[in-house]
Write a protein that binds this ligand. Structure first.
Ligand SMILES: Nc1ccn([C@@H]2O[C@H](COP(=O)(O)OP(=O)(O)OP(=O)(O)O)[C@@H](O)[C@H]2O)c(=O)n1
Ligand SMILES: C[C@](O)(CO)[C@H](O)COP(=O)(O)O
Length: 232
């Protein structure tokens, strides 16, 4: 099944501590968001890209998408103050798509094979995400900085994007969020909160979200490794 993807890039990148929105920071001379757009532009199953930008960066983002040759990104829409608001504004544009994906603008390394595995699962389950098994031991910590408990690592997975939905499933989840005021830090958590099932598809550890300055160093290393593997 084909799909439309919503790419939120309307954040402020505070943890990146850069002077500009981190989407515009460059890796090997290309803006992060151009790397992300290239993945979906190259995927024949991706029909449309909805890019979500801050109100004051709409023109800059549109120009960047054009320069990057992302012809599927025919609209750039204004985001909101929270990630969930930005995704929602973008999703409203493509609720008629066969499947709807949400993918962080700040995750430039997702592999097309993983996207296709995710599509298969979402088609059947209604909602699915890429995730990787936790590699660290995870502690639940109270407000005073004391450990409440050590969570069972074999049951813990780190959520990534893309996250994929049959549109009616996402629509119902948004209706639930409207009723309850639920705010999630990712998109499938709205479906979970509404009592729906979410399937997990194993992703790759290099599908990182560029969040802190250290991630930029890691990202350059991932690109260099890929270039080495491709012999370029
Ligand atoms: N109001 C928001 C907040 C986030 N995002 C986007 O959601 C993705 C993941 O969010 P995150 O990495 O947290 O980005 P920022 O919110 O920009 O970072 P920070 O929390 O450090 O400010 C990013 O592509 C970001 O641009 C968005 O579109 N709208
Ligand atoms: C959606 C997400 O990337 C899954 O890991 C993550 O939850 C986004 O969180 P952020 O606080 O907006 O970075």
């Amino acid at each position: 099944m084909n799909y439309a993807v919503v790419i939120p890039a309307a954040g402020q990148g505070r943890r990146m501590q850069a002077a500009v929105n981190k989407a515009f920071l460059t890796l090997q001379g290309r803006p992060i968001i151009a790397h992300t757009l290239a993945v979906f532009q190259a995927d024949p199953r991706c029909e449309r890209i909805v890019l979500v930008a801050s109100e004051n960066e709409l023109d800059e983002m549109q120009a960047l998408a054009e320069e990057a040759g992302a012809t599927k990104a025919d609209r750039v829409v204004a985001g909101g103050s929270e990630r969930q608001d930005s995704v929602r504004a973008g999703a409203a544009q493509v609720m008629d798509a066969p499947l709807l994906l949400v993918h962080d603008g700040a995750r430039p390394f997702v592999a097309i094979e993983r996207i296709h595995a995710l599509l298969l699962e979402a088609e059947q389950s209604g909602a699915a995400l890429l995730a990787v098994p936790a590699t660290d031991t995870i502690k639940q910590v109270d407000q005073e900085g004391r450990v409440k408990q050590t969570l069972k690592r074999s049951e813990l997975w780190a959520a990534q994007t893309p996250q994929a939905f049959r549109p009616e499933v996402l629509q119902q989840a948004y209706a639930y969020a409207d009723e309850t005021g639920f705010q999630g830090t990712d998109d499938v958590s709205l479906v979970e909160a509404a009592g729906g099932e979410v399937a997990v598809v194993e992703g790759d550890y290099d599908n990182i979200k560029l969040t802190t300055p250290e991630d930029m160093t890691l990202a350059e290393a991932i690109l260099a490794k890929r270039a080495g593997e491709a012999g370029t």
